[in-house]
Design a protein around this ligand. Structure first.
Ligand code: S3P
Length: 434
């Protein structure tokens, strides 16, 4: 059923966004390799992270999941790991569904386990590049094959004795970096990953908390092989799930929002800097200073925005926020240019194409570039039928656009938000005021 959004006269309230997806995936996958019981609180209750749990369970790992307590959106999860020896050959094909993080990180682990696994996913996963993990894993000695010239899933991975590698990644990708680091834990000799620009560092932080010898030098990360010990993780709110609300409050003519419990890892919260440089009024109140997973409450209110240029090393930091930033740019004065973001073409959808096509249906003045887009604003958006293309970030962007637009916006395929944000549509309706 399509979802219909009507304009909001005013926006007010509090939101607790769901838990960080990246950290939740890593907590179960790293926990499965650790020795002992890893406990995770506020684990993301979403379809993507459920796929990580079911794949790890199919490898013989005992994972318990408890429903959330009333004051928490997330799940309590315990993972009983026994090191590399704790896994068994899966009887079935491992199905990651829509989750690129699961297939890429899990493959790094499977490459070092002494059996054969086949990994696949949904229609979108089958279009996404897997050569970016196949190449470095092969350099480490892995026996891994993919479809269509070893470029796409399904992947067949026959575990092997790996050796450490010194690998320069052609694109900045936290998924690929995490995959290689995980393989490196079970390899002979050290592994060094060089990134062209800094991507999110959740894996490095979590590996350290589990006793791994990880060292970071600029954009280079090294890991020594060795065991992990179990740990406790409390997952913060996802900055990418907070992003739609930040943009809503910054762009709506009468808005004030309080977003609680957001992870503010500097490599995840680039959107705050971008919005502030556009003139947004954002206040950040850190809950407990520092720590491996810093958390804050974020308040945002109506402001007059001006166009900005988004390019270069900031791109990996805001990679999942570009569709919603493009919406912000439609409400900003002047010409916003987004470049160096060709990676958007290989996300859950081709997000350059889908963002441009769908915002244009709502009246935006937006133009496609090979590696980004140009948006001229401000535009008064007009509601229209539009489509998520099965991509959660596009669905949420269109939902926010519908609150800003005149008339009705009808969003086809709205359920895809469930991969990262079940309850998104209920939260959206809860913020209407006036
Ligand atoms: C993720 C990293 C990003 C991001 C994705 C989740 C992760 O992908 O787009 O939604 O959890 O590592 P890349 O780092 O591969 O660009």
């Amino acid at each position: 059923m399509p979802y219909q959004v009507t304009p909001a006269e005013a926006i007010e309230g509090e939101i607790q966004p769901p838990s960080d997806k990246s950290i939740s995936h890593r907590a179960v996958i790293l926990g499965s390799l650790a020795h002992g019981v890893t406990t995770v609180t506020n684990f993301l209750h979403g379809a993507d992270t459920a796929a990580s749990i079911s794949c790890v369970r199919a490898l013989g790992i005992d994972i318990r999941v408890e429903e959330p307590s009333p004051d928490s959106r997330g799940l309590n999860v315990t993972v009983q790991g026994h090191g590399h020896e704790g896994f068994r050959e899966p009887e079935q094909v491992l199905d990651v569904r829509n989750s690129g993080t699961t297939i890429r990180i899990l493959s790094g682990l499977l490459a070092s386990l002494p059996f054969t696994s086949v990994v696949t996913g949904d229609h979108s996963i089958l279009q996404r590049p897997m050569d970016r993990i196949i190449e470095p894993l092969r350099l480490m000695g892995a026996d891994i094959r993919g479809r269509d010239g070893d470029r796409y899933a399904p992947l067949t991975i026959r575990g092997a004795a790996l050796r450490g590698v010194d690998y320069a990644m052609p694109v900045a990708s936290a998924q690929v970096k995490s995959c290689i680091l995980l393989a490196g834990l079970g390899a002979q000799g050290p592994t060094l990953v060089r990134e062209p620009a800094p991507s999110r560092d959740s894996a490095e932080r979590m590996l350290r908390a589990m006793g791994a010898r990880v060292s970071v030098n600029g954009n280079n990360v090294a890991v020594e092989p060795g065991p992990l010990h179990a740990a406790h993780f409390r997952v913060p709110g996802d900055a990418s799930s907070a992003a739609p609300w930040m943009v809503l409050a910054a762009t709506h003519p009468s808005a004030r929002l309080h977003i609680r419990g957001v992870g503010i890892n500097p490599r995840r919260i680039g959107i705050v800097g971008v919005l502030r440089s556009m003139g947004a009024k954002i206040t950040i109140q850190e809950r407990a200073a520092g720590g491996p997973m810093p958390v804050a409450d974020i308040s945002v209110e109506t402001a007059r925005l001006t166009a900005v240029s988004i390019h270069g090393d900031i791109i990996p930091n805001v990679i999942d926020e570009i569709p919603i930033l493009a919406l912000a740019a439609t409400q900003a004065d002047g010409e916003t240019i987004i470049r160096d973001a060709a990676e958007l073409r290989v996300k859950e959808s081709d997000r350059i194409k889908t963002t441009v096509a769908e915002l244009r249906k709502l009246g935006a003045d937006i133009e496609e570039l090979p590696d980004g887009m140009i948006i001229r604003g401000p535009t008064k958006l007009k509601g229209a039928p539009c489509c998520s293309h099965g991509d959660h970030r596009i669905a949420m962007t269109l939902g926010i656009a519908g609150l800003l637009a005149q008339g009705e916006t009808l969003i086809h395929d709205p359920e895809c938000v469930d991969v990262s944000y079940p309850g998104f549509w209920e939260d959206l309706e809860s913020l209407r005021a006036g």
